[in-house]
Ligand binder design. Structure first.
Ligand SMILES: *Cc1c(COP(=O)(O)O)cnc(C)c1O
Length: 220
């Protein structure tokens, strides 16, 4: 079996310069993250606040931690002191809580707006119309400790590539549509996971989130 380092390098060879790679390390022990770190990886994605906080405490301080899983408002405080980016922001309540906690620690926290475009009802994320209404309210522009970096989505889980392409085309057009209302920092289109990141790159992904292809299968 190949090592984390070998798999990481294989992935990196397929990703153009300038595209961020988030190594999705959820459910994998800190030793595996350390292997990726030793191979040069600095951005790690986790889906559970408690797990992320425990790993953050035991791993090097220059790691950038990205929260990619659904985040409950009462858990924001667990990661607010150190998290770099919250990629799964899907409600006005969550935004208000991130602002509150970031202010408490005198930090700025980057966020991505997660938009629902997939077929499955179960997938999280804003309904785009609701997001537009929220943005029109102007509430977000009063938040001084949040920087909106872009949008994120998870495509429909299917073998039908045309559906995945439809989802990526949709989020790409949402990204382009929202861009003018934000500043220069709005530069991130986070799409693509182990099975679909090559397609996502065709649709302008600037940030891929890859777990299984680097760390192997997760044991839940
Ligand atoms: C788990 C997860 C990933 C990584 O998925 P893989 O198929 O293991 O690459 C990417 N993004 C999100 C939001 C995830 O929850």
């Amino acid at each position: 079996m190949s090592t984390v380092k070998e798999r990481l390098n294989k992935i990196l060879a397929t990703i153009p310069e300038g595209i961020s790679l988030v190594a999705v390390s959820k459910f994998h022990p800190a030793e595996r993250l350390q292997e990726a770190y030793d191979a040069g990886q600095r951005i790690f994605g986790e889906s559970r606040p408690q797990e992320m906080a425990a790993k953050q405490a035991s791993l090097p301080a220059d790691i950038e931690w990205h929260m990619i899983g659904h985040l409950q408002t009462n858990k924001v405080k667990m990661i607010a002191p150190f998290v770099t980016l919250i990629a799964s922001v899907d409600s006005d309540r969550l935004i208000a809580e991130i602002e509150k906690q970031a202010a408490r620690y005198n930090r700025t926290i980057d966020i991505l707006l997660e938009v629902h475009v997939a077929d499955e009802e179960s997938k999280s994320g804003w309904d785009y119309e609701e997001l537009r209404q929220y943005l029109a309210s102007g509430e977000l522009s009063t938040m001084e400790h949040i920087r909106v970096r872009g949008v994120m989505t998870i495509a429909t889980n299917t073998d039908d590539e045309s559906v995945v392409r439809r989802d990526f085309a949709r989020i790409r057009s949402i990204f382009e549509e929202l861009k003018p209302s934000f500043g220069e920092a709005f530069d991130t289109l986070s799409i693509g996971m182990s099975d679909d990141y090559r397609i996502a790159l065709e649709y302008g992904s600037t940030m891929v989130r890859i777990g299984t292809a680097i760390f192997g299968a997760r044991e839940y």
